[in-house]
Design a binder for this molecule. Structure first.
Ligand code: NAP
Length: 237
């Protein structure tokens, strides 16, 4: 099996979980020592990285050129005898009009046309932590956009991906998110309590379709994961 984005937040766990479950795994990176080297944007090194591979979990992203990178990957997969392909997308990409999400919808279509499958996951706890740290940049007040989320533990997403590659590849495996639907306020408050920081939390209501969709719960998903935000904070901080 090959994991693209193997040095990333999710990819690291995907490699570890697949190995724990007895799979032979090759991780892909552009330059990190100890990995198969290839660049999805140029295609350089891809044919060698795909040699003998039967399944690809595609978890690489550069945040900007993922459509072009995935097109190169699919071209290389076609030339390599069509191994199975599982792509990691995001819950709500078809409802939340962000540019990065539009690209995800395009890529899901490319993956489906290839005969692969896409798992949509909700926001990782690691991303929520990055946002929580940004919230406490100001000394007294933390402004935050108010909506509900259902953040998920990357390990749980990695296990779900392993289950998918080990079973029948469903055309649409459904959305996958964390165990608890929480308000952003509750998440930030838990972070403040855990770190002993004090901030007056002030909700801001942002106009526009993106925040309307988020307020409608478009990014929450149905659950399925086990790990909670509080457990993540205890382990990570
Ligand atoms: N973060 C979230 O909350 C979240 C939620 C749901 C779904 N997702 C999706 O899950 C996937 C993984 O996200 P992540 O947060 O784990 O990403 P990440 O930490 O940013 O890692 C992405 C990896 O992609 C690799 N990469 C970037 N450009 C590449 C290129 N041209 N060729 C080859 N490799 C390249 C990089 O590896 P090297 O630098 O070693 O080459 C990097 O480690 C993404 O598709 C993301 O949209 C993320």
């Amino acid at each position: 099996m090959l994991v693209t984005g193997a040095t990333g937040t999710l990819g690291r766990d995907v490699v570890a979980v697949l190995k724990e479950r007895g799979h032979e795994v090759r991780g892909l990176s552009r330059s990190r020592p100890g990995y198969a080297h290839a660049d999805l944007l140029t295609g350089e090194g891809l044919a060698e990285a795909l040699d003998g591979i039967d399944v690809v979990v595609h978890a690489a992203t550069d945040g900007r050129k993922d459509v072009a990178a995935t097109a190169k990957l699919i071209e290389a997969l076609e030339a390599a005898g069509k191994p199975q392909l599982v792509f990691v997308s995001i819950v709500g990409v078809d409802r939340i009009p962000l540019g990065y999400y539009r690209d995800k919808v395009t890529i899901e279509g490319m993956v489906a046309a290839y005969g692969g499958t896409s798992l949509r996951a909700s926001q990782f706890h690691d991303l929520v932590l990055t946002l929580a740290k940004a919230l406490t940049k100001l000394p007294l007040i933390g402004f935050y956009p108010a909506f509900d989320v259902r953040p998920v533990e990357v390990h749980d997403v990695a296990v779900r991906l392993a289950e998918i590659v080990e079973g029948e590849l469903p055309a649409q495996p459904g959305d996958f998110s964390g165990p608890q639907r929480r308000s952003t306020r509750a998440l930030w408050q838990a972070y403040l309590t855990h770190t002993g920081k004090r901030r007056l939390l002030v909700p801001i209501r942002l106009p526009g379709r993106i925040f309307r969709a988020l307020r409608d719960g478009a990014g929450t998903g149905p659950g399925g994961g086990i790990g909670t935000w509080e457990e993540f904070l205890v382990r990570k901080l």
